[in-house]
Ligand binder design. Structure first.
Ligand code: 5GP
Ligand code: MN
Length: 326
């Protein structure tokens, strides 16, 4: 549960700050970037000097970033102030998720950590961390509310993008009546809701759809681990002419398989090894499984990075899942 005082402390600290650096996790999803840019827009409208960034890959952003306002606040990580007086981290479950920007935590006088991952240890000096929140965007909404700020269409667009994606289009158990009320408050603002939904959910390229067909075709079912899984290599991407950012919803297709509770997609990394995404249809705590491998996340959606090859990675994963089933 979020302590009410944490919101007060964060609101006060941000109110007092003149210069604020915002950063979200590596390979940002729409909750990370929506929270980052939504808060940037709000603080910018309050006259703060704001710089927002994320580690690795600003040169190759997700396509849907163009649908989010506030991009004028984005700066390259290397152009950030060396020792920002105030740092805000968004949707980052632990310092390692800042992938190369961890040094900012030590150099900043104050760090407001805003996140909804249960595994977050609270690495800020002020922690707006609530494992029960549906999205980091929900926490940003509450913070803005606490700061007495009015919503604007720009802020609403960004936060809505975070909320709709992290609740699986308001499908998951986290989509409580309160969350739907927040969504309604955001939707009150005049922004192009249909255009935002389309770019978030219905904006694939034909090469990606063909690649999806190939990757689904090799999906395997490990009954003893209650798992369906598949993989994607760098070679697959190269041959298809598809960027890794385009493959984010692959796991969302695989997880619809009713044959198993857990779905896994293993994506080969540029530097070798695999990024593993896990989803449960409800019975398995996949955050605990990912934590065994140094990762984390939520009960029903988690991830980790494996330095091993495909065979070892799947062997270790199926073993961990079989053990988790007992
Ligand atoms: P995805 O599979 O979409 O990359 O991530 C699913 C969830 O797990 C997200 O909430 C994400 O923040 C979390 N997650 C993914 N990879 C890692 C990781 O390496 N470490 C931690 N702590 N969390 C992760
Ligand atoms: Mn999130």
């Amino acid at each position: 549960m979020l302590r009410a005082e944490a919101l007060d402390e964060a609101a006060e600290a941000l109110e007092a700050a003149e210069e604020i650096v915002l950063v979200c996790h590596v390979n940002p999803d729409a909750d990370a970037l929506g929270s980052l840019l939504g808060l940037a827009c709000f603080l910018g409208s309050r006259g703060k000097r704001v710089a927002a960034t994320w580690p690795n890959g600003m040169a190759d952003p997700p396509r849907w970033l163009e649908a989010l306002p506030g991009r004028e606040y984005l700066v390259e990580p290397k152009k950030l102030p060396k020792a920002p007086p105030m740092l805000v981290t968004l949707d980052a479950a632990d310092p390692a998720r800042l992938a190369g920007l961890e040094h900012l935590l030590k150099k900043s006088a104050a760090v407001v950590c805003i996140d909804h991952h249960r595994t977050n240890p609270g690495f800020g000096t002020i922690n707006v961390v609530d494992g029960e929140a549906s999205a980091t965007a929900e926490l940003v909404f509450r913070l803005i509310e606490r700061m007495g700020g009015d919503l604007t269409p720009d802020v609403a667009t960004c936060l809505y993008a975070g909320l709709v994606t992290d609740t699986g289009r308001f499908q998951y158990e986290s989509a409580s009546p309160e969350v739907l009320r927040i969504a309604a408050a955001l939707r009150e603002q005049p922004f192009d809701h249909a255009a935002l939904a389309q770019i978030l959910y219905e904006d694939n390229s034909l090469p990606y759809l063909r690649l999806l067909g190939k990757v689904l075709d090799r999906a395997a079912h490990e009954a003893e681990a209650d798992l369906v899984w598949t993989y994607l290599t760098r070679k697959d991407l190269k041959e298809a002419g598809v960027s890794i950012q385009e493959t984010d919803d692959l796991i969302d297709v695989l997880r619809t398989a009713r044959e198993a509770d857990v779905a896994a997609v293993l994506k080969e990394q540029r530097e070798g090894g695999f990024k593993v995404s896990l989803r449960s249809r409800g019975k398995t705590d996949v955050a605990a499984v990912s934590a065994k491998f140094g990762g984390g996340g939520h009960r029903l959606a988690s991830g980790y990075t494996s330095k091993q090859d495909l065979e070892e990675t799947t062997k270790n994963l199926t073993r961990a899942l079989a053990e988790a089933r007992g």
